[in-house]
Design a protein around this ligand. Structure first.
Ligand SMILES: Cc1ncc(COP(=O)(O)O)c(C=O)c1O
Length: 346
């Protein structure tokens, strides 16, 4: 049996020994009542890091996004997002079911990165006042865009457009620290440009559970109410928050390793399957291999690779791989060996 290399997502990680020790020793309270000291420390730390007035610790990134949509968008109104954004694609039914929210989709010219001018056109008032936009949402890094990084300047450009139209701007920052590592800026540089944002602790930062929503005090007070409404009022959540505190301190610094590993993987696959990926476009930890030019469909590649001990996912006819804290340079070499064996398989 070959060793299994799991590149399906950066969520498949194991908590570090330090996280497990901190979880075992965590001081806890009942978070419904707001008196879990470890949760409160994590929330304060994220508020400080983002420069926002307040933050709230939630079980998932999806819950952060859904609470934000519910808070900003009136039922029957619209949110603007990029065509392949997580919030408007993967979570489209959640937004419809929980909040009566529909989306106005904008297709970005390059790797999911929305432009201010596109957003401006989408915010033009509807003369009949039927299709009313209450929120613009951006995603950074952009997952389906291949982990692409939106610069602070580009975010400010969209923010200025939103401000001119009086529409709040929300940032799905599930992987914002990956963007920060590439842009060379603190998370506050992005947070300062938007009305509110979320970040995930359970992705590149390696925590087992949890995401944090940050914004002004009034928004977070409403988010606290919605957390209970949506059934997310967990109790001794400090056990998980203890790992989250370590994730925000230790996680960001090692992300460049994930990015270098992803680039090496992209270069190796590009040698094997020319034109399937441009390694120069791999900025962070996500890569897509377009297998349209090969004799096999993505689902066949996925199954062949699994037989060779490499787990991947697919979107359309593209294979998706993510590097993460559990993957070092040796695992990248082993993943490339699996690709080579799969390419030879009948
Ligand atoms: C960009 C983006 N936003 C939000 C989410 C949702 O996060 P969660 O899986 O914690 O609900 C994901 C999950 O992969 C994501 O990639």
């Amino acid at each position: 049996m070959r060793a299994r290399i799991d590149l399906r997502s950066d969520t498949v990680t194991q908590p570090s020994d330090r996280m497990r020790r901190a979880m075992a020793a965590a001081e806890v309270g009942d978070d419904w009542y707001g008196d879990d000291p470890t949760v409160n420390r994590l929330q304060d730390r994220v508020a400080e890091l983002t420069g926002k007035q307040a933050a709230i610790y939630l079980p998932t990134g999806t819950m952060c996004n859904q609470i934000a949509l519910h808070a900003y968008v009136r039922s029957g109104h619209l949110a603007v997002c990029e065509t392949t954004a997580h919030v408007g694609r993967t979570e489209v039914s959640s937004a419809a079911a929980l909040s009566g929210v529909a989306f106005r989709y904008l297709t970005a010219p390059d790797r999911g990165l929305l432009l201010g001018e596109q957003v401006a056109a989408a915010l033009a008032p509807d003369p009949y006042d039927v299709a009313v936009v209450d929120l613009v949402s951006i995603e950074n890094t952009h997952q389906v865009g291949g982990g692409s990084v939106m610069s602070v300047t580009a975010v400010r450009d969209v923010a200025a457009t939103c401000a001119a139209a009086g529409v709040p701007l929300y940032l799905d920052g599930a992987r914002i620290f990956n963007a920060c590592a590439v842009a060379g800026v603190p998370v506050a540089a992005y947070a300062g440009a938007v009305s509110s944002m979320m970040l995930c602790l359970s992705k590149g930062l390696g925590a087992p559970i949890g995401s944090v929503l940050a914004g002004d005090a009034e928004f977070i007070a409403e988010a606290r109410r919605l957390k209970i409404l949506f059934g997310g009022a967990w109790r001794q959540a400090g056990i998980m928050a203890a790992a989250g505190l370590i994730a925000v301190e230790e996680g960001p610094g090692r992300l460049p390793e994930d990015h270098a590993n992803a680039r090496n993987l992209a270069e190796g696959v590009a040698e094997l399957l020319p034109d399937s990926i441009d390694p120069d476009a791999v900025e962070t930890n996500i890569l897509f291999i377009d297998v349209s030019g090969t004799a096999r469909r993505a689902a066949e590649w996925r199954d062949l690779l699994a037989d060779e001990g490499l787990l991947v996912t697919m979107i359309g006819n593209r294979i998706r791989m993510l590097t993460h804290v559990g993957i070092g340079p040796e695992a990248i070499q082993a993943a490339l060996a699996a690709w080579r064996r799969a390419a030879k398989a009948a």
